[in-house]
Design a protein around this ligand. Structure first.
Ligand code: ATP
Length: 249
C-alpha cells in the first residue's frame, strides 16, 4: 500500500518480514543547516529499519555518524526532513512520528515512548525520589504502587538511601545517569530509546542496566539503543546495525 506523503496515521507499508512492526522507519533523512557558517551538516541519510514488537536492536558506529540523530527523530526532538517513522501506538494505532501533531507526540512521550540519554535533565529543586515518583505516576494510578515501584527502582540501582531526598545537582555523573535510567524505566515504556545509557558507568552499574533491559524485554518492551560498548550488547541485542557517515550498514 502506498502512503501519501502527508498521511500521519493508518496502515504502515509492510516491511519484508510479515510481522506487524512496532517501529518501521522508511528512507529517513535529516540534515542540519548551520546559518552562521552558511553550510549543511549531514545527520542521517536514507535510513530504513524495521523493529518487531519486543525486539532489541542495537546501533553502533563512529562518533558523528548520525546515530543520535535517528533516535532524536523518533522521539521528535529532531523533525525529520524526509521519510516516515511508523510507530504502532497503543493509543492511536499506526502513526507516522515524522508528521504527527505535537499534542499526540507529547502524549506518546508521557505514556508510550521513553528516551534515555547520558544527561540528566530535570526540574530544579526536585529530589531523586520525587523525580522517579513523578515518572511512575504517569504509568500507575495506585499511590502504593507508585511508591513501591520507585523504591524498587532506586534499590535496584543501589542508589544510596542518603541521596534519595537530595537534589541531584550535586550527584556524581554516574549517580545522575542511574537516576535518569531509573526515571525512564520505572514507567515500563512500550518503546524505549537508549542513547549511550552506559557511557559513564562502572561495570557493576552497567550490569544493573543490562538486568533491567532484560526484564523490560521479558515484559515486552521494544528497544532501540546506541552503544559504544559492543561487549555490553553481546547477548542482549537481537540485531545490530553499524552507522557509517550518516548511513546504516
Ligand atoms: N542540532 C544540530 N545542529 C547541527 N548539527 C548537528 C545537530 N545535531 C547533530 N548534528 C551533527 O550531525 C552529525 C551526526 O550527529 P549525531 O549526534 O547523530 O552523531 P552520533 O553518531 O550520535 O555521534 P556520537 O557517537 O558522538 O554521539 C554530526 O556531524 C553532528 O555535528
Amino acid at each position: 500500500m502506498n502512503i501519501s506523503s502527508v498521511a500521519v496515521s493508518g496502515e504502515a507499508p509492510a516491511p519484508a518480514d510479515a510481522v506487524r512492526p512496532m517501529l518501521y522507519i522508511q528512507d529517513l533523512s535529516k540534515g542540519f543547516t548551520l546559518h552562521a557558517a552558511d553550510r549543511r551538516v549531514r545527520g542521517c541519510e536514507h535510513i530504513s529499519l524495521s523493529i518487531a514488537p519486543g525486539e532489541f536492536v542495537g546501533i553502533t558506529g563512529r562518533s558523528g555518524s548520525g546515530k543520535s540523530t535517528i533516535l532524536k527523530c523518533i522521539y521528535r526532538t529532531n523533525l525529520p526532513e524526509t521519510g516516515s517513522i511508523w510507530y504502532d501506538s497503543a493509543a492511536f494505532g499506526m502513526v507516522d512520528l515524522a508528521r504527527l501533531d505535537e499534542r499526540r507526540v507529547i502524549y506518546l512521550r508521557n505514556y508510550e515512548i521513553g528516551y534515555i540519554s547520558q544527561f540528566l535533565d530535570c526540574v530544579p529543586r526536585t529530589t531523586a525520589r520525587e523525580i522517579v515518583e513523578a515518572s511512575a505516576a504517569e504509568a500507575f494510578d495506585d499511590p502504593r504502587v507508585i511508591e513501591s515501584e520507585t523504591v524498587r527502582m532506586l534499590e535496584h540501582f543501589d542508589f544510596p538511601r542518603e541521596l534519595w531526598d537530595l537534589y541531584p545537582n550535586t550527584f556524581s555523573g554516574g549517580e545522575k545517569l542511574r537516576l535518569n535510567i531509573a526515571r525512564a524505566m520505572v514507567r515500563r515504556p512500550r518503546l524505549l530509546l537508549l542513547d549511550e545509557p552506559t557511557a559513564s558507568l562502572d561495570n557493576a552499574s552497567k550490569v544493573k542496566v543490562r538486568d533491567l533491559i532484560e526484564q523490560l524485554k521479558e515484559g515486552g518492551t521494544t528497544m532501540l539503543g546506541i552503544f559504544h560498548d559492543l561487549e555490553f550488547m553481546e547477548g542482549v541485542c537481537d540485531r545490530e546495525y553499524n552507522m557509517q557517515a550518516g548511513e546504516m550498514r
